[in-house]
Write a protein that binds this ligand. Structure first.
Ligand code: MRU
Length: 347
């Protein structure tokens, strides 16, 4: 397996979950200790811990902490964690994986560790599959952060970039800054800097400019939820990038592990889109940047129709949208597979 990137989003140690505080990066590299399920829920809600696969793993360990504490039943603990963020399918898969072990009287910590290892292993497979799309010196546009911080380690959209880099193909990454919380300029640029991968931060509104000028060879983004039709949710602004990429004939790829695929939803309109507080738009940290009279809307995600997706980069290879139902069935992830029980269905 490839050498790991020098970043790990979270780890379980001495009966507690430790997580890099992603609100404070890159200014401060600081880990928080989470010893109660309520603290894990708060960390997910506040984006201390973020990125779809990472919050799935955090949800899994949150269940372990609830089990250790013994104050809540499995349903109450799961409901608490499920209420934190609605869009990322991974969150529900992580929680439900450990809940099943809890209800069956099995070792919940082993279940959470196993789930984390699966996610990390799938990200490595995504890296190997996607690296074939990156030729020497390729310029890749990405949005938000779909690196190690968002997936525990390694990444989804950044995984093929890391493999291409290790193979000496010297990729270059255009990093959308990703308003309003700057996951691109704070987190993706930080991860790339840690490894010495060439990149430049651009304001979100500049992506179309570089796509139009053919200064981007391909786009790779992550996802929070992918439906059977291939419509998918990702960080707000992804839809615009996909439309402009297609308009300019530039391939657009979506990299994701199995937990991001929702076998119960067929189309994008069925995806719950999180709307966050106006404060994230109207102020930066404690400094108000808009007039005190102004209100705001703050959808955290948007939904991109499958017709804009060239292919999905999955643990099993690069597949076009129409192949998703078969792909999931073959891998035991279809509507009757591991993640699909109606009782556990996400909102
Ligand atoms: O609100 P965030 O920072 O959790 O949003 C994260 C994203 O949109 C990522 O692109 C997505 O979770 C994919 S992570 C591999």
């Amino acid at each position: 397996m490839e050498s790991p990137p020098p970043v790990r989003a979270l780890w379980f140690q001495d009966g507690a979950l430790w997580a890099l505080d992603q609100r404070r990066l890159p200014g401060s590299v600081h880990a928080v200790r989470l010893s109660r399920v309520e603290e894990v829920a708060h960390a997910i809600r506040t984006l201390t811990v973020r990125g779809a696969p990472t919050i799935g793993v955090a949800g899994a360990y949150g269940m372990v902490l609830a089990h250790q504490e013994g104050r809540l039943g499995s349903r109450e603990a799961a409901d608490l964690l499920r209420s934190t963020r609605p869009t990322a399918h991974d969150l529900f898969v992580g929680i439900d994986t450990v809940r099943r072990a809890w209800d069956a009287g099995e070792d919940v910590l082993a279940a959470a560790h196993h789930y984390r290892e699966e996610v990390v292993g799938e990200c490595h497979a995504i890296g190997r599959a996607g690296a074939s799309l990156i030729r020497a010196g390729a310029r890749i546009l990405t949005h938000c952060n779909a690196g190690a911080l968002a997936t525990v380690e390694w990444g989804t959209a950044l995984a093929p970039v890391r493999v291409a880099f290790r193979e000496g193909r010297d990729p270059f990454v255009w990093v959308d800054e990703t308003r309003p919380l700057l996951q691109g300029s704070r987190l993706t640029a930080w991860e790339l800097s840690q490894e010495g991968i060439r990149h430049a931060v651009i304001v979100d509104n500049a992506a179309g400019h570089f796509l139009q000028r053919r200064e981007v060879d391909l786009v790779i983004v992550g996802a929070d939820r992918i439906t059977l039709s291939g419509d998918f949710a990702n960080k707000i602004g992804t839809y615009e990038k996909a439309v402009v990429a297609k308009e300019n004939g530039i391939p657009f790829y979506v990299a994701a592990p199995w937990s991001t695929f929702d076998p119960e939803r067929h189309h994008g309109e069925e995806i719950p889109v999180e709307e966050r507080g106006a404060g994230e738009v109207l102020q930066w940290e404690s400094v108000r940047t808009a007039p005190s009279e102004s209100s705001a809307r703050n959808p955290a995600f948007d939904v991109t129709p499958a017709r804009y997706v060239t292919a999905f980069i999955t643990p099993e290879g690069v597949v076009p949208p129409p192949d998703i139902p078969d792909l999931l069935k073959r891998n035991g992830k279809g509507p009757s597979g591991r993640d699909a029980s109606r009782a556990d269905a996400s909102p």
